[in-house]
Design a protein around this ligand. Sequence first.
Ligand SMILES: Cc1cc2nc3c(=O)[nH]c(=O)nc-3n(C[C@H](O)[C@H](O)[C@H](O)COP(=O)(O)OP(=O)(O)OC[C@H]3O[C@@H](n4cnc5c(N)ncnc54)[C@H](O)[C@@H]3O)c2cc1C
Length: 384
Amino acid sequence: MDFSLTPEERQIRDTVRAFIEKEVMPLEPEVLRNEREGRPGLDPDVLRDLRAKARKSGFWGINTPEEYGGAALGPIMSAIIAMELGRTFVPFSFGGTADNILYAGTEEQKQRYLIPTIEGERRSCFAITEPGAGSDARNIRTKAVRDGSEWVISGEKTFITGGNEADFVMVFAVAEEHGVTCFLVDRDMGWKSEPIPTMGQWGPASLVFEDVRVPEENILGELGKGFELAMQWIGQGRYMIPARAIGSAERMLQMAIDYAKIRKSMGQTISNYQAIQWMIADSQVEIEAAKWLTLYAAWRVGEGLDARHASSIAKLNGAVMANQVVDRVLQIHGGMGYTKELPIERWYRELRLLRIFEGTDEIQRRTIARNLIKGHAKLGLIGE
Ligand SMILES: Cc1cc2nc3c(=O)[nH]c(=O)nc-3n(C[C@H](O)[C@H](O)[C@H](O)COP(=O)(O)OP(=O)(O)OC[C@H]3O[C@@H](n4cnc5c(N)ncnc54)[C@H](O)[C@@H]3O)c2cc1C
């Protein structure tokens, strides 16, 4: 068993870390100011310039296949890079990526949706959740009715990330007797969006489809096979979500350690108190556990092994870990932790989402338990 990175992998990690420290972290005060004055944290022009700069340094299309101009670094490096990106709260990610399910498109769909998304010319969103169907995604009611060579879509989607900015949506609808099907629907085909304010900085949107007519050739994948595509899309996030959270938790824990070493109470720095030391120790133990569970899930994806069980474990553990760590870090900072002068309260609000989207804690626990009870996953195995 080898836990080391190759020299090239280490170099990539170090270069990303240097880029984040030099180019992205300096934007943190500006992001906080913008958000607190009601503007997007990163101005779109600043984001575009940053991505262009990153692209020049070779950071573009991290997990995108080489035939589409990407770096194809694979799941483990993608997870490690996400950990590095998570060290800042600046809402930045490298460009040159597209939703994994767009690769299931026809050649024409790839030209119209996949490639422009990779190039950053078009923005996508993924819409399965409805007001009456969240965890119970099989219960969606948005319907698609055939009319000649077109499908007519009606229904409502909710909590759609990027739904207010997207140029097209990958929407899941029940297509008559065929069942759940994924349609690629351009905004100008007629769907409407409305932002939903949340406790986080970026709001998702609700989408309304009122008899939106979509040509047959806009079905992504096969008629009636949409649910499998939706699970494939969600599956990729189950190791990337905890990966990014690990970077955030490590950065915050370092802030807590630095603060504990200078903050005095009752004649001593608070780092001398066991109550504080235990919070620091427990946080590192949980971060390390999350790191290896996440990398294990990513490794399984990279090896082409069934990663669903490992990914559910990593996502559940990582989401809970991040929320525990940010709470302890806030506690160690006392009243200062609760102010808007520091970014901790921002992280606190943002990380709360991790326990809800792309499968809540409860749904991950349900999946893990069912896999064990039904024998799809076994205890006591190492390296298989
Ligand atoms: C900011 C944000 C962004 C999002 N982005 C997207 C997106 O881009 N696309 C998209 O399609 N969706 C998106 N979602 C939706 C998200 O995936 C759902 O909110 C999530 O799946 C939970 O569904 P729900 O909100 O309907 O809660 P519900 O399913 O109603 O759950 C309510 C509570 O009941 C629990 N529960 C439900 N069923 C069970 C069960 N069988 N056993 C035990 N407990 C159960 C849940 O865990 C939860 O605690 C987003 C949500 C948010 C908040």
